[in-house]
Structures are given as C-alpha cells and as structure tokens.
Design a protein around this ligand. Structure first.
Ligand SMILES: Nc1ncnc2c1ncn2[C@@H]1O[C@H](COP(=O)(O)OP(=O)(O)OP(=O)(O)O)[C@@H](O)[C@H]1O
Ligand SMILES: [Mg+2]
Length: 125
C-alpha cells in the first residue's frame, strides 16, 4: 500500500475527491495547511509597507491505497489539481509514501482490502 499526499489549492478539492472516488479509494483525510514551494512566498503591500508573506493556505489531501493503482491515481490527481490551461506556479505537489499496514477498526481486518471500496454507495458511512 501507498499513501498519496497531495498539497492542492482549495478550489480543486472536488475534482481531486472525484478522482479518488472513481479509482476506488476507500477514504480520504483533508487538512488545512500552510506552506511554500520553490518561490518561497511573495511580497504584499500592507498599509503602505511591503510585507513578506512566506506561507500560503493549501489543502493537504491524504489517501492510502493499493500500490497497483498509485500510478494511475497520481497521474489523474495531477491533472485534476492543475489550474489554467497549462498549470500555474503554486498548483501544488504530490508525494507517494510507503504504508506498512492498515486496520479497519470496526472489524479488526488488516491489509489492502481495508483501503478499497467496491461500491460508490458505500461512501459517507
Ligand atoms: N518539498 C516540499 N515538501 C513539502 N511540501 C512542499 C514541498 N514543495 C511544495 N510543498 C507544498 O506544496 C505547496 C505548493 O507548492 P508549489 O506548487 O508552489 O511547488 P513548487 O515546487 O514551487 O512548484 P511551482 O514552481 O509550480 O510553484 C507549498 O505551499 C507547500 O505546502
Ligand atoms: Mg511554487
């Protein structure tokens, strides 16, 4: 299993969730975060003075899934999270991390089956 961590713009959340749903990923965790990338923030005028804003708000989307589908999911996520016709600076990043195990607490079952959903209708439960 792998965890895909995507740092995205708020406005792309619905599209990103749609990709995970289509690909059969059983769940997702979304957190409000602040960060900066290669541009290291930007400078803004505040009451006449230049203020350096180094961290901007983004969403961190974490989803654990079966290793076999990671490549497809990552490619689709990158497309879903991109803005404009060719992408914009600050559109975000995707990281892939190895996951040793997963447990569904309700049943005690372990392993890849716990991070897969067979039916869309199961979402929300
Ligand atoms: N190396 C990194 N480690 C952890 N988080 C990162 C890293 N790079 C980017 N991020 C996160 O992703 C967000 C968006 O990054 P961003 O898209 O600006 O990356 P970039 O490398 O600067 O690419 P671009 O040149 O397209 O802007 C950052 O605000 C930060 O939260
Ligand atoms: Mg950047």
């Amino acid at each position: 299993m792998k965890m895909v961590v995507a740092i995205i713009r708020h406005e792309r959340l619905q599209e990103v969730q749609d990709v995970l749903d289509e690909c059969g990923v059983s769940g997702v965790t979304v957190t409000e975060v602040k960060g900066c990338g290669a541009q290291r923030g930007y400078t803004e005028k505040y009451r006449g003075a230049s203020v350096h804003i180094s961290l901007r708000p983004r969403l961190k989307v974490e989803a654990v899934m079966q290793s076999e589908i990671v490549k497809t999911v990552v490619d689709k996520l990158a497309e879903a999270a991109r803005t404009g016709d060719h992408g914009e600076v600050g559109d975000g990043k995707i990281f892939v991390i190895g996951v040793e195990d997963a447990v569904r607490i309700r049943t005690g079952e372990h392993g890849p089956e716990t991070v897969r959903h067979a039916e869309r209708a199961m979402w929300g439960h």
